[in-house]
Design a protein around this ligand. Sequence first.
Ligand code: ZN
Length: 83
Amino acid sequence: MCKPNTFGVMLVKNSRSCPKCASFNILKIPGKHTGYGAGNIILVGLTALNAVKVARFLCEQCGYSEEWIESEEDIRRLKAKYK
Ligand SMILES: [Zn+2]
């Protein structure tokens, strides 16, 4: 995740199609915090309340998936913590 896209590879997020099988049946699974630190999230603060949500794009055809942090604010928070 978050590697520079140097090879001109199509990204599910941008193309809304699968780079592996070219299917357009892409399922977007929004990042969700289901409580007690569970869900599709990354913890950045002391509590799960500060968790960053991770959206997932899944190809219905072949199962390929990509994960994205969609909020610029969340990316800044992750940078502050991990950089
Ligand atoms: Zn696919």
